[in-house]
Design a protein around this ligand. Structure first.
Ligand code: 1PR
Length: 529
């Protein structure tokens, strides 16, 4: 009997899907006494350390969990499920952990590297373990801002380590109790194999496996496939693609394929993440869009890399006068299989209020509310900027850049105006101040589009991307304009972005994802192959 300790702190649907895809069924822990009845227990911690411990206490799970662990029964902790095994964490001072492993969890101090550590990295397996028995050295998916440092006092737990500015424990194990900092359920085929080892035969295979020794682990730049989804005029949900956000051709919505099939194809072709943007959700209430939620559910059953969904995340009152918060909309997206949600128009409105109030964070914005429940890493801000040209920096209060592509009147400067409703309305907020404010409000990542470059194949807007990525310390995804493999190398070489996203060239099969990755490797840029 495989039991899942879901204490209601976030999305564990991905893990359920992965376990089911491997042919196992899961029993939910519903009462404290269920813990000691489990034959194998998975604890996929989500969110913050303090919130996780607080919920475990409230549900009466702490004592039976300690007893289960002390009896050396089969256990797999994931992410916060690893961190709570320690004595405490700087994330939540004063909150005691389960105390099985000596030491405290600390925050990453990585200098120029973005925090969270979000993406694909190597693990250095330092001793034999059945968990890694058929692991072939692939990169695995991490997302966390805090780390367990390897030390003399936890040496007997140390199974694998990873470097991200600083070394940290990426896997621990003693006897039958193991925990991993990465997400096996989001780590593609390698993660599923590891999960299978725990589910299937962790007991009997105690001494096998290659012994991997890598001098230093290397973090990969991510390649993301993006699917803009909307109903076409016949009412079918299709993947579409615009030119500078105009998705119609000869009056019809362009149809580039079916969302679930395309997402699965990109997973199989090696995309590191998949993003769905529900591009008409600004006018239609997304919770009424059951086909879109169904797309997400079906995709999450077969795609085992992180899934982001955006569109329509804002407060809404339906035709019957029932009010929904942005968190309600996000809840439904997470329940349907999203790992991250992305906020567009609502973030611009939030930042307008934030700037008008001199930077007050009152806790009511969608960004703050969703980050509090699901963690910062789950909140992506999608920015849809358009260039506004000016003849000198004094002509505007906004941050300008000197541009090598002058404006229509020969203007040598521009700023990047945020828009809402899919580019239909410009606002008096620039992309740089928006990104900074959203980071302060608790966003974990920026998805930086460009209306000027979208669908043009002319390359990423490096001036925009440099300006935004230099202004924040959270990861930035470069988007819009990719036309060939060289454009990806260019954006990684010229800016500090962690990821690059493309749509049209992948949909039209002009450039395969693997060709992008191979080219990047040839250029000395690390990728997950
Ligand atoms: O405002 O919170 O409801 O979110 C709406 C979301 O839908 C936003 O993330 C917004 O970017 C997106 N969106 C709205 N309208 C469009 C449109 O195209 N008409 N799509 C749209 C944005 C841009 C990228 C695209 C890249 C790469 N699409 O997603 O995939 O530009 O394309 P390329 O590689 O082909 O150049 P809310």
């Amino acid at each position: 009997m495989i039991s899942l300790l879901d204490y209601g702190a976030g999305n564990v649907r991905s893990l359920r899907n992965a376990v089911q895809a491997l042919g196992f069924s899961l029993t939910e822990i519903e009462r404290p006494e269920d813990i000691l009845k489990a034959e194998r227990l998975i604890f996929p911690g989500v969110g913050a350390f303090g919130a996780a411990m607080e919920r475990l206490h409230r549900l009466g799970y702490v004592e039976p969990l300690k007893e289960y662990l002390a009896a050396d029964r089969p256990f797999l902790g994931i992410c916060i499920g690893l961190q709570t095994l320690f004595e405490g964490s700087d994330e939540s001072p004063g909150v005691a952990g389960l105390g099985l492993i000596p030491g405290r969890i600390g925050r990453f101090e990585t200098g120029a590297l973005s925090v969270p550590h979000m993406g694909w990295n190597d693990v250095r397996v330092e001793r034999e373990s059945p968990l890694f028995a058929d692991y072939a050295g692939e990169k695995l998916y991490f997302v966390h801002s805090y780390r367990a440092a390897p030390s003399a006092e936890n040496a007997d737990w140390r199974l694998a380590t990873t470097d991200y500015g600083q070394p940290f424990l990426s896997a621990v194990q003693r006897g039958n109790v193991a925990a991993v900092q990465f997400h096996p359920e989001k780590s593609g085929a390698a993660g599923l194999r590891l999960l299978h080892r725990f589910l299937g035969d962790a007991q009997e295979a105690r001494s096998c496996g290659p012994f991997i020794q890598t001098a230093s682990t290397r973090f990969a730049k991510r390649i993301i496939a993006c699917l803009d989804v909307r109903a076409n005029d016949a009412g079918d949900l299709v993947v579409t693609k615009g030119d500078q956000y105009d998705v119609r051709e000869a009056g019809e919505v362009r149809n580039l394929g079916k969302p679930v099939e395309l997402a699965q194809r990109y997973f199989e072709e090696g995309a590191d993440e998949i993003t769905f943007l529900n591009i008409t959700a600004f006018r239609d209430f997304p919770l009424a869009d059951q086909p879109m939620l169904e797309v997400l559910r079906r995709t999450s059953e077969r795609v085992f890399v992180p899934l982001t969904i955006g569109g329509g995340i804002r407060a809404f009152t339906d035709g019957q006068g029932r009010a929904y918060s942005a968190l309600d909309v996000a809840d439904e997206y997470f329940r349907s299989g999203a790992d991250k949600i992305s906020i567009g128009s609502d973030a611009v409105e939030t930042v307008e209020r934030y700037l008008a109030s001199g930077g007050v964070k009152d806790g009511t914005s969608a960004i703050e509310q969703i980050a509090r429940v699901y963690g910062n890493q789950a909140v992506v801000i999608s920015i849809d900027p358009r260039r506004v040209y000016v003849s000198s920096p004094d002509a505007t209060r906004h941050q300008t850049v000197a541009t090598i592509t002058p404006g229509p009147g020969g203007e040598g400067y521009c700023w990047f105006q945020c828009t809402v409703k899919g580019g239909r309305e410009g606002r008096d907020v620039d992309a740089v101040e928006l990104a900074r404010a959203c980071e302060d409000l608790g966003a974990g990542e920026i998805l930086l589009n460009s209306i000027d470059r979208d669908g043009t194949g002319a390359g990423f807007d490096l001036e925009l991307i440099r300006a935004v990525s230099e202004a924040v310390s959270i990861p930035v995804i470069a988007s819009s304009g990719a036309g060939c493999v060289e454009h990806f190398a260019e954006v990684f070489a010229a800016t500090g972005v962690e990821a690059a996203l493309a749509a049209g060239i992948f949909h039209r099969r002009e450039v395969p994802i693997q060709a992008v990755k191979s080219y990047l490797r040839e250029q000395g840029i690390e990728t997950r192959l």
